[in-house]
Design a protein around this ligand. Structure first.
Ligand code: FHN
Length: 435
């Protein structure tokens, strides 16, 4: 390129920077997101001083727990049996690949000794930096460390809403100051704990705008261009488009629909409540495993939630259930990790995932001695067998393929039959399967 042209180009880029022209907003690289979607299974941990009351984090403030009582619980918060290594080991043994901790939920309490809010763990009898302990334990055990940070903050004087149940308690607030504090806290969390992913939540109230979400997303990218950010900074939460903010969709307490185009992660509780609740109703092992399979079959990740007890431990019954999920994944994990969902949507009898030239047929219950799969145009099955077991017979028919099921299926929760194909299964277009 001639010298004058180079000088012109250089001048133009200087002008752009000086006049701050909007360059294309920085987004999380696709390869980083693609890698995240291979993980398939993470642990969500909802924890904070509210666990002393056994009520829901954030939402029980000014409901089951009076505001003044709730906001002073930190003075008693001392989970002496909190053991980050043990919690991370529980996640690892369950087959989980990442962990998200509620570093700051809607009640505004920070589980790390923030320089930007005194309402933090250093002011509790526990004193120790719980976020740092979990980050270190995750690093040690090869689990990806992630941080949940609330958008709304009912405790922060700068946030206009202090009680979601009584608008007469609203104050003027100062959203500029509020966002400055959020940026300070996020920079502190990113630079101190290096999270793989930031999980935002609480975008739905009036004081927060989509533009605020875009501002914070851009700020995060200026601190760490690679940190993954979910879609709950913005107001659009059902799809990824030019209005939405963030990198992936987050259906809650439900399994997302089969979606090959947008990354998504279902967040679901192992019990009913997000934070610990005495004698809460817990999902069966079969429900837990089938939830994971159906999520992967939909091409999504599952972020599965536990709530540690006031002493810091996860309930033994929850640990036991997670261990059984881990045992299942030890046998059948190749049908979950690094797979794609589809090519047809899951149903109550079976679900499919795929990787390379294999389709993994997950069978939840044996309703018949065979399963009729929808026709896969241009695809032939070349071999079929129970994963880790014996061959399975199959034959084509007008509707597709008939797969003969073994007399007895080895697993009570979900069985896997591998169908080897004459082509790459990941290239098969999605088919709307009959029931
Ligand atoms: O209000 C929160 C709730 O407490 C919990 O953190 C869930 C987890 O996804 N998100 C919000 C409810 O949608």
């Amino acid at each position: 390129m001639k010298k004058p042209a180079i000088i012109l180009l250089y001048l133009f880029s200087i002008i752009k920077v000086v006049f701050g022209q909007q360059s294309t907003p920085v987004k999380t690289p696709k390869e980083v997101l693609d890698d995240f979607m291979t993980k398939r299974f993470g642990m969500f941990v909802h924890f904070g001083p509210v666990t002393l009351r056994g009520t829901e984090i954030g939402w029980s403030r000014n409901k089951e727990v009076a505001q003044d009582d709730y906001d002073n619980l930190y003075k008693e918060f001392n989970p002496v049996l909190f053991n980050a290594d043990a919690i991370v080991k529980t996640a690892k043994d369950a087959g989980m690949k990442y962990l998200v901790i509620t570093a700051k939920h809607h009640d505004g309490f920070a589980l790390w000794p923030s320089a930007f809010t005194d309402y933090n763990i250093s002011k509790t009898p526990y004193k120790r930096d719980m976020v740092a302990e979990l980050a270190a334990a995750c690093k040690k055990q090869g689990i990806l460390f992630c941080i949940y940070h609330t958008v709304l903050d009912w405790h922060d004087p700068n946030y206009p809403i202090h009680n979601p149940y009584d608008s007469t308690k609203n104050v003027k607030g100062d959203m500029v100051a509020f966002k400055t504090q959020m940026k300070n806290e996020l920079k502190e969390l990113i630079t101190k704990y290096h999270p793989y992913l930031l999980w935002f939540d609480g975008y739905w109230e009036k004081p927060w705008t989509n533009a605020d979400g875009q501002e914070i997303y851009a700020y995060i990218k200026s601190v760490d261009p690679n940190v993954i950010v979910n879609n709950r900074l913005g107001k659009e939460s059902e799809k990824l488009n030019d209005q939405s903010v963030g990198d992936y969709l987050t259906p809650e307490q439900r399994i997302g629909q089969l979606n090959m185009n947008e990354p998504w992660e279902s967040c679901i509780t192992i019990c009913q409540q997000w934070a610990w609740k005495p004698n809460d109703k817990m999902k069966t092992v079969q429900e837990c495993i089938q939830t994971l399979v159906k999520t992967a079959a939909g091409n999504g990740n599952l972020l599965f939630n536990v709530g540690p007890m006031p002493d810091g431990r996860i309930e033994a019954r929850q640990v036991e259930t997670l261990q059984q999920m881990g045992a299942w994944l030890k046998k059948y994990g190749e049908s979950i990790y690094g797979t794609k969902g589809g090519p047809f949507a899951p149903n109550d009898n079976y679900a499919v995932t795929r990787k390379g030239n294999k389709i993994y047929l997950h069978i939840f219950q044996k309703k018949d001695d065979k399963i009729v799969l929808p026709n896969l145009p241009g695809v032939s099955i070349t071999n079929a067998y129970v994963l880790g077991g014996s061959k399975v017979t199959y034959k084509p028919n007008a509707a597709g393929y008939i797969i003969d099921l073994p007399q007895t299926l080895p697993d009570a929760s979900s069985n896997v039959i591998v169908l080897e194909l004459n082509k790459n299964a990941e290239e098969i277009p999605v088919i709307t399967a009959g029931k």
